[in-house]
Design a protein. Structure first.
Length: 430
C-alpha cells in the first residue's frame, strides 16, 4: 500500500497536502507515512505468520525516535549495528531483549553496554570478536548470547556496495569455517551462550533466487547446530528490495497503483518460497527488513531554486543536496522526482542537482521529468530508507526536518538543525 497520491493536482501523503508541509516546515524535509510503514510491517508479518517469524526492523534504514516508537508499539524486534542504535531504540521504547546486534566492528564499550541492557543476541562476525565478547562477559560475571553470522557466498545481484554475502565481502564467517567456530565457542568460551545462526546477503535484492540459494545452503547447518548446541533461532537477515524506477507516469494515480504490480519481489513470493525451506527447521525465524518497511513510505521534499540551461544540459538546482540524500551519488540510486503541484504536461530532460560543491551532488541525471520551475517544490520519492539516516552536515548544511503523517494530521518528528547545531561540541583553542 502506498499512500502518496495526487488529489486535485496536489501531491498528498495520506490526506495531507505535501505543499502545506513544505510551506510550513520549509525544505529540505523528509516526510513519512505512518500508515504505509505499518502496512508494510503487517504485510510481512502476515506473510510469514506460518513461521511465527520475528520481524526485527533494521534501525539503520530510518532511525528517528518516532519511527522506532511506531515499530516498538507494533511489536517489532530490532536489528541494531551500534551502541548508538541500541540507545535510541531503548529511548524510543524498544525492548532490548528483542534486539539483535550485528556489525563487524563492535567496540568493547558497545559490547559492555549491550550486555548491561540485556540484548537478545550478538550476531558475531569473527572469532576475534567472539573472544572479546567472552572476555567482557566474564569480567562482568554474565553470559553473553551469541550467534555467528555466516557468509554463504552467494551472488545477491545488487549494487556492489550493498552486497554482503560473497567471500570477498568483509561480512560474516565463511560457510566452511562456521561449524569449527561453534565448536570453539562451545569448548573454549565459557561466558558465551550459543543462541542462534544469522546471515544477511545484501540489500535491495529484487529477485527471490539469491534468498532461496542462501537458505538452501545454510539451512542444513542450522539444523545441525540445533542438534549439537540447541540453537533457538535462525535469522535470514534483511535485503528485500523495493521498486524505485517507475517510468514517467501518464497519469499519476494510475502510476502509483501500478507500482505494486511492477515490484520484482513480492512479499508473498518471498514468503511462499522460503517458508517450506525454513519451517521444517523448527527454529525461531528472524527477518531483518529495513528498506522494505520504510523505503517507499518516505519522500524528500525540496524546492527548485534556479534553472540553468547549459549548452548540452538543463540543470534544476534544488535545495536538497547529497548531504541530505546520498543514494544517487553513492549507489547510482534511482529516485523518481515529481512536482508537489501538478501543472500541465510540460516535460523536460534535466539534471536535478543540489547546492554542494561536488559533481557527484545530483538527485537525477538526464531525467525526463515534469518541468519543475524555480520557486516550485518537488518530492524525491522512495527516500524513506537510508535517506535521512545517511545524511550529514557536509558543506555546513543543517540537517533536514522530518515529519510523520498520520491520516489527515502531521507531526514534526525532528526539527531542522539550527546553525548552532552545526558547531555543537566544537572548541576554539585559547
Ligand atoms: N541486516 C543486516 C545485518 C544488514 O546489514 C542490513 C543492511 C539489514 C539487515 C537491512 O537491509 P534492508 O532490508 O534494508 O535491505 N545504504 C544502502 C543500504 C545498506 C544496507 C546495509 N545493511 C542503500 O541506501 O541502499
Amino acid at each position: 500500500m502506498h499512500t502518496f497520491h495526487y488529489q486535485d493536482g496536489f501531491l498528498c501523503c495520506e490526506n495531507v497536502r505535501l505543499l502545506h508541509i513544505a510551506e510550513t516546515v520549509g525544505t529540505p524535509a523528509y516526510v513519512y507515512s505512518k500508515h504505509t510503514i505499518l502496512d508494510h510491517f503487517q504485510r510481512l508479518k502476515r506473510a510469514l505468520s506460518p513461521l511465527g517469524a520475528e520481524v526485527a526492523y533494521a534501525v539503520k534504514a530510518c532511525s528517528n525516535l518516532a519511527i522506532l516508537q511506531l515499530m516498538a508499539r507494533e511489536g517489532a524486534g530490532f536489528d541494531i549495528v551500534s551502541g548508538g542504535e541500541l540507545w535510541r531504540t531503548i529511548r524510543a521504547g524498544g525492548d532490548p531483549g528483542r534486539c539483535t546486534y550485528a556489525g563487524v566492528g563492535k567496540t568493547e564499550d558497545e559490547i559492555r553496554y549491550a550486555l548491561e541492557q540485556g540484548i537478545y543476541c550478538f550476531n558475531a562476525e569473527s572469532e576475534a570478536e567472539l573472544r572479546t565478547i567472552d572476555e567482557i562477559a566474564a569480567s562482568m560475571g554474565v553470559k553473553a548470547p551469541v550467534a555467528v553470522r555466516v557468509n554463504p557466498n552467494v551472488e545477491a545481484g545488487t549494487h556492489q556496495y550493498i552486497t554482503t554475502g560473497r567471500k570477498e565481502n568483509k561480512f560474516g564467517v565463511d560457510l566452511d569455517r562456521v561449524e569449527a567456530l561453534y565448536a570453539a565457542i562451545h569448548h573454549e568460551m565459557p561466558s558465551l551462550i550459543i543462541r542462534g545462526l544469522q546471515m544477511h546477503i545484501g540489500s535491495q535484492l529484487t529477485s527471490i533466487e539469491p534468498f532461496v540459494q542462501a537458505v538452501n545452503k545454510v539451512a542444513p547447518m542450522a539444523a545441525r547446530l540445533r542438534e549439537l548446541y540447541g540453537i533457538e533461532f535462525f535469522s535470514i537477515g534483511g535485503g528485500i528490495g523495493i521498486v524505485y524506477d517507475q517510468p514517467l507516469p501518464a497519469a499519476f494515480p494510475a502510476w502509483w497503483e501500478s507500482r505494486e504490480s511492477r515490484s520484482h519481489l513480492h512479499i508473498e513470493t518471498y514468503a511462499e518460497r522460503l517458508i517450506p525451506l525454513l519451517k521444517p527447521l523448527g527454529l525461531r525465524i528472524i527477518v531483518e527488513p529495513g528498506r522494505m518497511i520504510v523505503g517507499n513510505a518516505g519522500v524528500l521534499l525540496a524546492k527548485c531554486l534556479y534553472e540553468k540551461k547549459g549548452e548540452s544540459k538543463t540543470f534544476k538546482i534544488v535545495d536538497a543536496g547529497m548531504n541530505d540524500l546520498i543514494r544517487p551519488a553513492l549507489y547510482q540510486g534511482h529516485h523518481e522526482i515529481v512536482p508537489l503541484v501538478q501543472h500541465g504536461d510540460d516535460l523536460v530532460t534535466a539534471d536535478v542537482v543540489g547546492p554542494i560543491c561536488e559533481s557527484g551532488d545530483f538527485q537525477a541525471q538526464n531525467r525526463p521529468m515534469h518541468d519543475i520551475r524555480a520557486g516550485e517544490y518537488l518530492a524525491v520519492l522512495s527516500a524513506g530508507a537510508y535517506g535521512f539516516s545517511m545524511s550529514s552536515n557536509y558543506n555546513s548544511r543543517p540537517m533536514a526536518a522530518e515529519v510523520l503523517v498520520d491520516g489527515g494530521t502531521w507531526t514534526l518528528i525532528r526539527a531542522r538543525q539550527t546553525l548552532e547545531d552545526l558547531v555543537r561540541g566544537e572548541i576554539l583553542p585559547e
